[in-house]
Design a protein around this ligand. Structure first.
Ligand SMILES: Cc1ncc(COP(=O)(O)O)c(C=O)c1O
Length: 266
């Protein structure tokens, strides 16, 4: 836990702590380890031949899975969105390939197609972005590592991390959406209810990973000021939202906030 200081919140008596899950590991950083650990345990128990999962060309989840496979000697398969790509399209794909992950590049329309999975019948399949009950349950111990607080902030992709944290506590959790998938997250919440999780879709900046000069500047300034690296896709959007909430008076004076640093490779 690291407390960060800023006139903007300290003048209101608000304290902000950052849970540095980004420091868990250089590659399986942030929520990746927590999301993967139960899947890995199940894998060992059920004796599958390998693990297969899905993601985009810059998927932090697939990158972490490729490293886990490499470290533990588990064959891994990554189904990547985008048939125009190949193993040299970006340094992350290159590295995943070097770690031994078998990569398949699929047209967006065929991406969720089950056909390719049938080639890997005996593989354990982890849904896109690591989403699933095992990922949600993987957050169970995180709350015990946090100090008493009034609210928790967390970036949302699939929602597994924020839902898992919210289900482990009664503290209000603010989930900052990073893509236009509120309906999907609401569906997840019918399967895994978390009444204390509040969704905020005001910080998507158009669409997933879309760059924005204001946001980029915020990330740069935040990194310099607090000596905590953040990226614009997930943690940048989350911290931007939290600061905005404080500035706009949405946070009661003298509150204690915890922001979860979920890592990131970009
Ligand atoms: C750095 C980072 N933060 C947050 C998230 C969102 O996690 P979740 O998909 O569990 O909502 C991701 C997703 O991969 C991520 O890479």
């Amino acid at each position: 836990m690291e407390e960060i200081f800023d006139e903007c919140w300290n003048s209101k008596g608000i304290q902000v702590f950052v849970k540095r899950d980004d420091l868990i590991h250089p590659i399986i950083s942030g929520n990746k380890w927590r999301k993967l650990k139960n899947y890995i345990q199940t894998f060992s128990l059920k004796k599958h031949s390998g693990i297969l999962s899905f993601g985009g060309a810059y998927s932090n989840h697939l990158f972490a899975l490729a490293f886990v496979g490499h470290s533990l000697g588990i064959p891994t398969v990554g189904i990547v969105r985008g048939e125009e790509l190949n193993v040299t399209s970006n340094p992350y794909l290159q590295q995943m390939n070097k770690w031994g992950m078998t990569l398949h590049f699929m047209a967006r329309s065929l991406y969720r197609n089950k056909e390719i999975q049938s080639e890997y019948e005996n593989y354990q399949c982890i849904p896109e972005g690591g989403y699933g009950s095992q990922a949600i349950d993987g957050m169970d111990t995180l709350f015990n590592e946090l100090p008493a607080c009034d609210a928790i902030y967390c970036a949302m992709g699939t929602g597994a991390t924020a839902i898992g944290i919210a289900r482990a506590t009664t503290v209000p959790v603010t989930g900052i959406l990073t893509l236009n998938n509120q309906a999907e997250i609401e569906d997840h919440l019918t399967d895994f209810p978390a009444a204390n999780l509040k969704l905020d879709d005001n910080y998507i900046f158009g669409k997933y990973a879309k760059s924005n000069a204001d946001l980029d500047l915020f990330c740069k300034d935040f990194g310099e000021k607090h000596r905590i690296p953040i990226e614009p896709i997930y943690t940048g959007r989350m911290f931007y939202a939290m600061c905005d909430h404080i500035k706009n008076g949405h946070i009661a004076p003298d509150s204690k906030l915890v922001a979860i640093h979920t890592g990131g490779i970009k």
